[in-house]
Design a protein around this ligand. Structure first.
Ligand SMILES: [Zn+2]
Length: 210
């Protein structure tokens, strides 16, 4: 069986990752005539259940997959294919929320010949790896299938690759939890110069996230 291809859309918050994912899905459906299943983690509730949503409010129907057991996607694929025929592409949004097994799940999908398109945060608010997003680069056949999206710094207007977390308008400390669901009231894009992370250990330390 011919191995599928992975197309990865990664970046910070407010980089239009979901909007870009939806555009790619529409092109694949409308011009490529591909059958696509769109999926998202089951505890990303920001866009409501059963949809993915960009920050302009555009939505697209999506099935929900267990964050702790992303192997569930194979059950959802079987169900969809029994009803509506063979799928070509599996699309995932917010992949940083899936457990580290997600790497193995995507590899299995590619082995089974599905193309995969996936978007998510590369880094958390600490500028440290978020979930298995960065590991998935290892499954891309060449670097043209990875697109690193950026936003603009809310402080100075330069290109912004980082996500600044704010609590009551002030930079959140290093020890606040990795996942804190919120929008523009809790996060803004920032460049490396304007990024602030109070209480970051000054000496040697280990990654907090697994
Ligand atoms: Zn800046």
């Amino acid at each position: 069986m011919k191995r599928g291809n992975l197309f990865l859309l990664i970046g910070n918050m407010f980089a239009n990752k979901t909007g870009t994912l939806m555009h790619e899905i529409e092109v694949l459906r409308d011009f490529g005539r591909k059958k696509i299943l769109v999926a998202k983690p089951d505890w990303d509730t920001r866009s409501g259940h059963g949809d993915i949503k960009d920050f302009h409010g555009k939505t697209m129907t999506a099935v929900e997959v267990s964050t702790t057991s992303p192997w569930e996607i194979f059950h959802l694929i079987s169900r969809e294919e029994e009803c509506c025929g063979k799928l070509d592409v599996i699309a995932f949004d917010e992949i940083q929320f899936f457990s580290r097994d997600f790497y193995l799940v995507v590899n299995r999908l590619l082995e089974r010949g599905y193309d995969v398109i996936a978007s998510g945060l590369a880094l958390d608010f600490r500028n440290e790896p978020f979930g298995s997003t960065l590991e998935l680069i290892g499954l891309c056949p060449d670097l043209r299938t990875v697109r690193w999206l950026a936003s603009r710094c809310a402080q100075c207007g330069e290109v912004a690759y980082l996500t600044q977390r704010l609590i009551d308008g002030k930079p959140a400390p290093y020890d606040s939890p990795q996942v804190l669901v919120g929008g523009k009231e809790s996060y803004e894009p920032r460049c490396y110069s304007c990024f602030e992370l109070p209480e970051k250990p000054s000496g040697a330390y280990s990654l907090k996230s697994p």
